[in-house]
Design a protein around this ligand. Structure first.
Ligand code: CU
Length: 636
């Protein structure tokens, strides 16, 4: 727990925050408050009350009439959100980013490089084993970022999904994106209005054949009610398959792939609406089928099965991980909802409560057991045999501490610079961690709800070294909070995307079909000089403990080889990512031989990126390796 090298990062922190305060103000001046003359008084406590209507007050009472008056004033104040505001705001963000990042040496902190339009808001992302990225979300019902843009409350055909593939090999223009519309479904909302499946706010993870199983979504209305949708995206054919509905609707569920290659689906608000999280646990595929292993194993019309134990999370989107002991760890947002699940006995056991900080004085106290907001959690790298611990980071805006669960015990670990929610923390190939994105609250960047003006600190990255110490890094261009995402690309760069509110507020052309944006971050390991070269992976599909042979023109410079699981994430929940070292078994000029992980508990079956690293920590471009299930699969 000792802090080994705090002076440098702390000084940079102070400098960066000084820049931050100034540029946050600059953004405000150039942004909506000037161009848009927009009264955010509803978010400012010390303001004159709106004038209530005496007639209304006589009927409704003073307090209720006052609420109506405030609502009318807010609506009148919102008005239009013109393109000039978006353009000026985005320009100001570029300027404040450049100013904030002047002092950051790329060889120590990495740097943000590219920023380009994307067709999708990308509330959900998945890095596919083809190297392409699946982005999906919803058709917007609103262009004004100060109103709710998602059709969460919409019943009928406007409640629809939308999906795209981005192929990084094709660059950053519109031709690098392909539309992959989800299956057209008729939702059980009584309206008989088929539309592309409203699979946003679902949960997802990978199947052993590289496909993405997506469960739940938005039925529409009741504050967020769950769809029973069960879908699979096939990255090889680039199509969606529809499977048999789940037993229960799920809005905001979590999904994790276990050592058996099956997906466990937990939590989510049921079809009855918000406030009805289901305790039912389901499994895909059901036990009457083998798991899909070959690229041609096509889950279509398959069933989910009921898992015997239940999972009574009081809130949605719990963190789920499969750790080295083969158990599923279910870490709820409430501190007292921490469990393990045994896949063989189908039972649930309790873990100690997480020692979260009590709410700060004056902070709004959430109801008992509600716990953290959305925020990141990561299974920490732990060598050849897979992760045996989880670090819970974000989700409490007042608490910068990080909490590690290892051996069934919680401990406080080194804090980050400040508390943030809606953040994403990635495992990088060199076993360091990167936090990007974040906000004060849901659709709140420090200046009130639905106000896109963001405190610059939430745009600032934070980096954790292998000893667990944190330092602040460069600032991203766009603030990204609720519905933000990030993932490591096979070339080692990091893709940052998501958050429809900010993407709407800063859209360079609101009338084209490019709803979103992507920003690319190059970690410091890409600024260390030459990189190892990975040639051919001779065993692209391999069993546990078997040998993986690769060619490399820099074989003698390779000091480390790692497997990094691809990310699929949403709402700061990323159950897939995982980092394993590989033992180097032999080395000859031009070739390297590694030992695959020992078991499916160490690394669940599926596709992994294989990176070679040199002494400076620079990674090669990744090759893909499929770890085959121990007991066969759908095809021998
Ligand atoms: Cu959502």
């Amino acid at each position: 727990m000792s802090r080994r090298n705090p002076p440098v990062p702390r000084r940079l922190l102070t400098a960066a925050l000084a820049v931050c305060a100034a540029s946050a103000l600059a953004v405000g001046a150039a942004g909506p408050s000037a161009a848009h003359d927009h009264d955010r008084s509803a978010d400012t406590p010390a303001r004159a009350p709106a004038q209530s209507d005496p007639g209304e007050a006589a009927v409704l009472g003073d307090e209720h009439a006052q609420e109506h008056a405030e609502a009318r004033r807010m609506l009148a104040a919102i008005g239009d959100y013109p393109q000039t505001t978006r353009t000026e705001r985005l320009k100001a963000l570029g300027e404040s980013q450049a100013a904030a990042n002047q002092g950051f040496d790329p060889s120590q902190f990495g740097r943000f490089r590219e920023y380009f339009p994307s067709p999708d808001f990308a509330a959900h992302v998945a890095l596919l084993p083809t190297g392409k990225v699946l982005l999906f979300s919803f058709e917007r019902i609103e262009k004004n970022p100060e109103k709710e843009p998602a059709p969460t409350g919409t019943i009928g055909k406007e409640n629809a999904g939308r999906a795209y593939l981005w192929d990084p090999a094709k660059g950053t223009g519109t031709s690098a994106f392909t539309k992959v519309t989800p299956p057209v479904v008729n939702m059980p909302d009584g309206l008989n209005q088929p539309r592309p499946a409203p699979f946003f706010c679902a949960g997802h993870s990978f199947l052993p054949n590289g496909m993405v199983g997506v469960f739940g979504g938005n039925l529409g209305g009741n504050g967020g009610s769950g769809a029973k949708l069960s879908l699979v995206f096939d990255p090889w054919q680039e199509v969606w398959y529809q499977n048999k509905d789940m037993a229960v609707g799920r809005w905001y569920p979590s999904v994790v792939t276990g050592m058996d290659g099956r997906q466990l689906i937990m939590s989510g608000q049921s079809e009855l609406g918000w406030g009805t999280p289901t305790a039912i646990v389901e499994r895909f595929p059901a036990l009457d089928r083998s798991v899909p292993v070959a690229k041609t194993d096509r889950p279509e019309g398959w069933s989910v099965g009921r898992f015997k134990a239940d999972a009574p999370f009081k809130r949605d989107y719990p963190h789920l991980f499969s750790l080295r002991d083969g158990k599923i760890y279910g870490l709820g947002r409430g501190p007292d909802q921490q469990w393990t699940f045994d896949l063989n006995s189908e039972t649930r056991s309790s873990l100690p409560a997480r020692p979260d900080n009590p709410p700060a004085p004056g902070a709004m106290t959430p109801p008992q057991g509600f716990g953290r907001n959305y925020g990141s959690a990561v299974p920490l790298p732990a060598g050849f045999r897979g992760p045996d611990s989880v670090l819970v980071l974000g989700g409490d805006r007042d608490d910068p501490n990080t909490y590690q669960l290892v051996g069934g015990q919680w401990s406080k670990q080194q804090p980050r610079a400040f508390g943030r929610t809606q953040d994403d923390t990635l495992l990088l190939p060199d076993a360091t961690l990167l936090t990007v994105n974040g906000a004060f609250d849901i659709r709140d960047y420090g200046n009130g709800g639905y106000n896109p003006n963001a405190d610059l600190k939430y745009r600032q990255t934070e980096l954790r070294d292998e000893n667990g110490n944190w330092k602040l890094g460069p600032a991203q261009r766009l603030p990204r909070g609720y519905h933000s995402n990030a993932l490591v690309l096979p070339d080692g760069r990091v893709m940052v995307t998501g958050d429809e509110l900010q993407q709407l507020a800063n859209d360079p052309d609101i009338n084209d079909d490019m709803n979103g944006s992507i920003e690319i971050y190059e970690p410091a390991y890409l600024h260390q000089g030459s990189r190892p070269v990975l040639g051919t992976v001779f065993n692209p599909s391999v069993g546990y403990n078997e040998r993986i042979t690769v060619s490399s023109t820099t074989a003698n410079d390779v000091t480390r080889a790692v497997l990094l699981a691809p990310t699929t994430s949403t709402h700061s929940v990323n159950t897939s990512q995982r980092h394993l070292e590989l033992r180097i078994k032999s080395r000859s000029s031009g070739f390297l031989e590694f030992q695959a992980p020992p078991s499916a508990a160490a690394a669940p079956p599926g596709y992994y990126m294989l990176f070679l690293l040199n002494e400076e920590g620079a990674p090669s471009n990744a090759g893909w390796v499929q770890l085959k299930p121990a007991s066969g699969g759908q095809t021998p």
